[in-house]
Design a protein around this ligand. Structure first.
Ligand SMILES: Cc1ncc(COP(=O)(O)OP(=O)(O)O)c(N)n1
Ligand SMILES: Cc1ncsc1CCOP(=O)(O)O
Ligand SMILES: [Mg+2]
Length: 224
């Protein structure tokens, strides 16, 4: 097991829901998010790839109102303009999105900025920037997003944990069966789409993941 001094340094990172309406299986989008929050989600990213700017902003405003009642931060994926328009809590940017420095300049101080790292050079470059978190992306292969680089896998995560000063979020193929080992290999936060959005009960799915994140693994003794 790898112990890390960065564990849970940002309390919002614990269980991070990344939304995808298609993964909600026809159920009401806001109902799915609210159930997830009631189950223990600590941060929500609005990820919209095909909405018009107007519809994206409308959805972000409504989601912000909902999340504010639970004191859960709203992160906007890709679109700094949308984040500014609704005064969201932060943004998530990837390697093809607006560069960190420009996003930081536009957003000003006090906003959450997360960045995807797809390869080792991304992790090293990110050492120069004041990120809120670095996403190891994707940790495992996932049908939810297929336009990705090679998955990091657990060994890659361990390398990122040893070479980054940032708290690490993992995303891609995470569920109750592998979340604990991701935490053991250096993740501070678990980000999921389908494990919550497509679950029969998004609230129960979130509760189960949250239990894994907040329950320390019992110490192993030599006899078991
Ligand atoms: C928490 C988190 N991690 C990684 C991503 C992926 O971002 P990106 O590589 O920019 O890909 P898109 O999500 O924009 O398709 C993310 N969104 N969130
Ligand atoms: C948005 C994103 N970025 C990297 S993998 C991914 C999708 C994760 O979806 P899932 O949790 O269903 O594997
Ligand atoms: Mg992006």
């Amino acid at each position: 097991m790898v112990t890390t001094t960065k564990m849970h340094t940002n309390s919002n990172l614990g269980l991070y829901l990344v939304t995808d309406e298609a993964s909600c299986l026809g159920r009401d989008f806001y109902w799915v998010v609210e159930e997830a929050v009631k189950g223990g989600v600590t941060m929500v990213q609005l990820r919209e790839k095909s909405l018009s700017t107007r519809a994206f902003i409308d959805r972000a405003k409504r989601l912000k109102d909902l999340l504010e009642t639970y004191n859960v931060p709203l992160i906007i994926n890709d679109r700094i303009d949308v984040a500014l328009a609704v005064d969201a809590d932060g943004v998530h940017i990837g390697q093809s999105d607006m560069p960190f420095q420009a996003a930081h300049r536009l957003l000003g101080e006090g906003k959450i900025i997360g960045l995807s790292a797809e390869k080792q050079s991304d992790v090293l470059e990110a050492e120069h920037w004041n990120l809120s978190y670095l996403a190891v992306s994707p940790l495992f292969a996932t049908p939810t997003k297929t336009d990705t680089e090679q998955p990091w896998e657990l060994e890659g995560l361990q390398w990122a944990e040893m070479n980054s000063r940032h708290p690490l979020v993992v995303i891609g193929g995470l569920h109750t069966g592998n979340a604990r080992e991701a935490l053991q290999h250096g993740a501070s936060g678990i980000a999921v789409v389908s494990a919550i959005c497509s679950a029969p009960s998004p609230r129960e799915a979130a509760q189960q993941l949250k239990t894994i994140i907040t329950t320390p693994e019992p110490f192993k003794t030599l006899n078991n």
